[in-house]
Design a protein around this ligand. Structure first.
Ligand SMILES: Cc1cc2nc3c(=O)[nH]c(=O)nc-3n(C[C@H](O)[C@H](O)[C@H](O)COP(=O)(O)OP(=O)(O)OC[C@H]3O[C@@H](n4cnc5c(N)ncnc54)[C@H](O)[C@@H]3O)c2cc1C
Length: 381
């Protein structure tokens, strides 16, 4: 049967695109060579922050608001544990421009938040050791999505409606899409939502526009019989100056801490996923400074994932320049998970209404120049 749309890639972008297309009444085939939110995919992590703060980039604040509404609506009907309403705390130094712009955008978009002085921070969050002169923005509506489980649950909920799995798409030749078994995939439209694989699949048009970077995540053991590192006492947090972020102890997995600067380029198919000694040492040094109670905490687990970065962190949501019926959705750049629902809605609308990509999301607007590896997802977005 020829589907209306074949979606290739069942990470958060592909899964939500399939969900919106089906809701619009279209038939969808979904392909993923390793399975949805697999261990190599960017959506395969335990948890991801959803927050509304985005500096001056209001479009992403608005997409967070819309996405949170869609996530919460769907989660309420499936599994309420997939969203942990922990809130999110931004930590800033005095005069930090990005934090001030975040505050202004949140106000403009009517997002509730508390501005906290250093004294208020210390009173409310005694688990932290704040740098002198710090202030904070607390977003009570924010929280953590249980990433891998959420995407896999979403895909499972659609199975039976034409979804196909474990097929690698190897070619797009004169508009024909082939699997690695040599079968032709028939559909009226094709959406390639292949995250960090997009550059490999489309070296000529995506190529240098998306650069993968190695990102290491650490889970530290929390003290026994204490609750200050789990919600509701511990929020998700982003330390702007230290370029670090973390997620509370969820499902007793440990306190998640990561440093955000971009690591070396990696191949998502072949990379071993061992954390480096340097990363563990640097993360522990940060932990000791910001959370003294965890200075000696054991490292329980590490994960190595990758960002798929565009130069300025803006997504690629555009039509293929040579094929009218081929669409590309990717470039999550270390912040795309939360926006899966809004991305899926946007791509669906482009297909249904033959809409052109906004310049921010176009292929054309993305530089192919070599990008600095010291970038960070919070500053740029
Ligand atoms: C460590 C880390 C922390 C992050 N933290 C956050 C956060 O707190 N908040 C947030 O919002 N975002 C965060 N992100 C970013 C977010 O996770 C990603 O932007 C998002 O998951 C990207 O999803 P995707 O669907 O584009 O890609 P992926 O999840 O990688 O999905 C692509 C899929 O395509 C499949 N595929 C590839 N090639 C083929 C092919 N040829 N044929 C068939 N299938 C194919 C793959 O198997 C894969 O499943 C983080 C990312 C990382 C790595």
């Amino acid at each position: 049967m020829k589907a209306d749309v074949a979606v290739i890639g069942a990470g958060v972008f592909g899964a939500w695109t399939a969900w919106h297309l089906r809701r619009a009444g279209l038939s969808v085939s979904l392909f993923d060579c390793y399975g949805s939110a697999n261990g190599r995919a960017s959506s395969g992590g335990e948890s991801r922050i959803i927050r509304m703060g985005y500096g001056p980039r209001e479009i992403y604040t608005r997409w967070s608001i819309r996405s949170l509404e869609l996530w919460r609506g769907w989660i309420a009907r499936t599994d309420p544990t997939l969203f942990q309403p922990a809130g999110a705390l931004w930590l800033a130094a005095a005069g930090d421009v990005f934090a001030q712009e975040t505050e202004a955008t949140l106000k403009r978009c009517d997002v509730p938040f508390d501005r906290l002085s250093e004294a208020e921070l210390s009173k409310r969050f005694p688990q932290f050791a704040f740098a002198p002169g710090s202030w904070g923005i607390f977003e009570p509506a924010a929280g953590a999505l249980m990433a891998r489980r959420a995407v896999q649950t979403l895909v499972r909920s659609m199975l039976g409606g034409g979804l196909q799995y474990y097929q690698r798409i190897v070619g797009l030749d004169s508009g024909t899409v082939l699997t690695d078994k040599g079968e032709i995939v028939s559909a009226r439209h094709f959406v390639f939502a292949c995250g960090p694989w997009l550059s490999k699949l489309f070296p000529d048009i995506v190529g240098g526009r998306i650069r993968t970077s190695r990102q290491e995540v650490h889970f530290f053991g929390v003290p026994a019989n204490r609750d200050e590192f789990a919600p509701p006492r511990m929020p998700c947090w982003i330390d702007i100056g230290a370029r670090a972020y973390g997620i509370p102890d969820l499902e007793c997995r440990g306190f998640k801490v990561a440093l955000d600067p971009h690591g070396a380029e990696i191949d998502p198919d072949t990379e071993d996923r061992y954390a480096t000694e340097e990363s563990v040492v640097a993360t522990r040094a940060f932990l000791k400074e910001r959370f003294p109670m965890l200075a000696q905490a054991p490292l329980l687990e590490t994960r190595v994932c990758q960002y798929e970065n565009t130069e300025l962190g803006d997504y690629i949501l555009d039509r293929h320049p040579r094929y009218e019926n081929v669409w590309i959705a990717g470039g999550g750049s270390g912040h795309g998970f939360k926006h899966g629902p809004a991305v899926g809605e946007y791509i669906t609308e482009m297909i249904l209404n033959r809409r052109k990509a906004d310049p921010r999301f176009s292929l054309e607007s993305k530089s192919t120049s070599t990008m600095a590896s010291s970038g960070s997802s919070f500053y740029r977005q």
